[in-house]
Design a protein around this ligand. Structure first.
Ligand code: FES
Length: 75
């Protein structure tokens, strides 16, 4: 059995089953032209379904549209 590496990154991004990407840690959220987007907290949920009304943040719409996605798949 392979032992997993301990997570030592300052920032983690977790894709949730059928849901958003949760970003935790020290990060900056910026627009494509480099302007800061106020995340207002240290942990944010970023929309992965494309239907949020408050992109790039998740607003829970993924549940209403029954968005389906695996947490990850091996490359
Ligand atoms: S992932 Fe939650 S609204 Fe898109």
């Amino acid at each position: 059995m392979q032992e997993e590496d301990p997570i030592t990154a300052a920032t983690t991004i977790t894709p949730y089953q059928d849901g958003p990407l949760l970003v935790r840690g020290d990060f900056a959220l910026v627009t494509p032209d480099g302007q800061r987007i106020d995340a207002r907290r240290g942990t944010v949920a970023l929309c992965r379904c494309g239907k949020s009304a408050v992109k790039p943040f998740c607003d829970g719409t993924h549940k209403a549209i029954k968005f389906r996605a695996a947490p990850h798949r091996e490359p």
